[in-house]
Write a protein that binds this ligand. Structure first.
Ligand SMILES: *Cc1c(COP(=O)(O)O)cnc(C)c1O
Length: 396
């Protein structure tokens, strides 16, 4: 089928999209309307942690859809109970509230700490967040985000999100006042360009928040569920936050996200929080399948191996083509291009024949890599070879 036969104009225009319609996906590969195949290093924006349409997700959807899809959030269901148990057993948190998106999980975190502030800190409500951070696209999470321009685009903002600088503890301390109730950050700023918070910064932040009796929220929507080589990125620095949000990888491609907290902080009472689809068994059954895959013996060590291999491959490319190195944690990595050729590389990768490669450039001078966590060594070699080819064309 030709692209011109699709009438795309009934879709609201929210972003420029290439003239492609993807029709199938399997593992690291996507197929478009013409049958061309692409090696996919976006994976739905770090969502498909087990690749496209993995067998375990197909099975979970099939099995659960035959049993029960949605009894309503007013009643318990078995997959939600099981998934909450697996998440709390494998983290420092005690309670889980399931949501449908990362932004909704972060909204829940914001509400939870504001409630906690009303109960414990005389109505303190300010949450210190960071420049270049990304927390979602609802009004409150856009206000929490430190994306340039987002403070005015849908003004007025939700108030109460002063911004500090990542990896600068003094910039956080300076903002703490009687009004402060929490600090919220991504352990690795993803949309901001794969900027990791240092281990020392995470530890200093935990000490500082404890000293002032304020809460620490980690937004692990992108970094959680094995992405950084640990099940959760906060584990890299050996700290225990009070609240964590998960999204993206937790559903392996289906809309699932979660808000987790420690028992002392779980202060919602009936009426404070809810949602029609929240924790429905169809989707939480997928969550159970995904986390069981990550917890299987040998899986997380293999993520670290692949991450190491990708990191070396990117470093090698950097040396070969005079770029500025690579960085990241686990399988969330970036290649620093040294010039604004990111957009050109993305386009050339997509247009490459006969096989395309899908790359992401969150900033013009940077490529971000978010492969499936079960990417093979061959698929890393393949991408590095294709990218080398693109670089030699574009850097010429
Ligand atoms: C993607 C992302 C979000 C938003 O998640 P949605 O599911 O798109 O609402 C929030 N925080 C971080 C760190 C993200 O990467």
């Amino acid at each position: 089928m030709e692209f011109s036969q699709y009438n795309v104009n009934a879709l609201m225009y929210i972003t420029p999209r290439p003239d492609l319609v993807f029709t199938e996906g399997s593992g690291m590969w996507l197929t478009d309307h013409k049958g061309k195949r692409y090696l996919d290093y976006l994976q739905g924006w770090a969502v498909n942690c087990l690749g496209h349409s993995p067998q375990c997700i197909q099975d979970a959807l099939m099995t659960q859809s035959k049993k029960l899809i949605n009894p309503s959030p007013a009643f318990y269901n078995a997959p939600a109970i099981e998934l909450a148990g697996l998440l709390t057993a494998n983290s420092c948190f005690d309670r889980v509230f399931f949501t449908n998106s990362g932004a909704e999980a972060n909204e829940g975190a914001i509400k939870l700490v504001r409630k906690w502030g009303q109960l414990n800190k005389a109505g303190a409500y300010e949450i210190i967040t960071f420049d270049h951070s990304f927390h979602g696209r609802t009004l409150a999470t856009m206000s929490a985000s430190g994306k340039p321009g987002w403070d005015t685009i849908f003004a007025p903002q939700v108030p109460g999100f002063p911004k500090a600088d990542l990896n600068d503890i003094a910039s956080v301390e300076k903002l703490i006042s009687d009004k402060t109730v929490a600090v919220m950050l991504e352990p690795v700023q993803g949309e901001g360009g794969v900027l990791p918070a240092s281990r020392e910064f995470m530890q200093a932040l935990r000490a500082l928040t404890k000293k002032h009796n304020i809460l620490l929220i980690v937004d692990e929507v992108q970094t959680g569920m094995g992405r950084t080589g640990e099940l959760f990125a906060y584990q890299l620095s050996g700290i225990e936050p009070d609240i964590m949000t998960l999204g993206k990888g937790i559903g392996g491609g289906v809309p699932l996200a979660a808000l987790l907290c420690r028992e002392e902080v779980a202060c919602f009472v009936p009426g404070d929080q809810g949602g029609t689809y929240n924790g429905n068994p169809l989707i939480t059954a997928v969550g159970v399948a995904v986390i069981n895959a990550l917890l299987a013996p040998g899986f997380m060590p293999s993520v670290k191996e692949k991450a190491d291999y990708l990191s070396k491959g990117l470093s090698h490319l950097s040396e070969q083509y005079g770029l500025e190195g690579e960085r990241g944690e686990g399988l969330l990595r970036a290649l620093k291009l040294g010039s604004d050729i990111g957009g050109k590389l993305v386009e050339a990768g997509r247009n490459r024949e006969p096989l395309g490669v899908l790359l992401n450039s969150p900033r013009p001078d940077l490529l971000r890599f978010m492969p499936a966590l079960n990417v093979s060594i061959e698929e890393i070699d393949q991408m590095i070879a294709m990218l080398g080819e693109l670089l030699s064309q574009i850097k010429k």
